[in-house]
Design a binder for this molecule. Structure first.
Ligand code: SAH
Ligand code: MG
Length: 197
């Protein structure tokens, strides 16, 4: 398993796949253990790196992960099989904004897909949380760009960072959810429904 994880890290490096930072996945794995998380939904599988690590925390975890890029989806399937996790991890090849879920709910929803669409993901998927469930979002610092938009030359990047800043404001001002922000890795947030704190 350890070797397979290292291979995935190597692949990610060579193919410029933005997998989660080590501190962040360690934080999430600890959270899963401490809170007895069992059902997980991940938006943005890439090659399955974070999915496989989250699913590896305990035997009773079931994880669904959604990826819209075909090459990454195929790579993810391959890695899930290699790690013998076909029974724990269900990989869905679709745009997360188009997926139709019904009759399912999760202890943890991990938002790690297109950074410009986090608010949409949050608003769509909040209905699929179990009581006491949380939404964790990754890359809220976006490599140090968040909060430093003035220094960015590229217009596209500036716009994207603006959207992440809007998402952070959306979380801060959300009446329904209480969000804590963590300066771990590339920046994480943990959101829980207010009446459940
Ligand atoms: N969670 C992974 C990294 C994901 S990178 C890890 O840490 O190992 C973000 C991924 O989200 C990319 O592979 C991208 O193709 C995918 N993505 C972006 N927008 C998406 C969407 N709307 N639906 C599904 N996947 C999306
Ligand atoms: Mg990420």
């Amino acid at each position: 398993m350890r070797e397979k994880i290292l291979d995935m890290e190597q692949y990610a490096k060579e193919h410029n796949v933005p997998i989660i930072e080590k501190d962040s996945i360690a934080f999430i794995m600890k959270f899963i253990k401490a809170n007895d998380v069992k059902e997980i939904l991940e938006l943005g599988s890439a090659i399955g790196y974070s999915a496989i690590l989250m699913a590896s925390v305990k035997d009773d975890i079931k994880l669904t992960t959604i990826e819209r890029d075909e090459t990454r989806y195929m790579e993810c399937l391959k890695n899930v099989k290699n790690c013998g996790m076909e029974d724990k991890i269900n990989v869905v090849y679709q745009d997360a904004l188009e997926v139709n879920l019904s009759g399912v709910s999760y202890d943890l929803i991990f938002i790690d897909a297109a950074k410009g669409q986090y608010t949409k993901f949050f608003e769509k998927y909040k209905y699929f949380l179990k009581p006491g469930g949380v939404i964790i979002s990754d890359n809220l610092k976006f490599h140090g760009h968040v909060g430093n938009r003035g220094n960015i030359a590229s217009r596209n990047l500036k716009q994207l960072v603006g959207k992440i800043e809007n998402y952070i404001d959306f979380l801060k001002n959300n009446d329904e959810f209480e969000t804590k922000f963590y300066d771990v890795g590339d920046g994480l947030s943990v959101s829980i429904r207010k009446d459940e704190i």
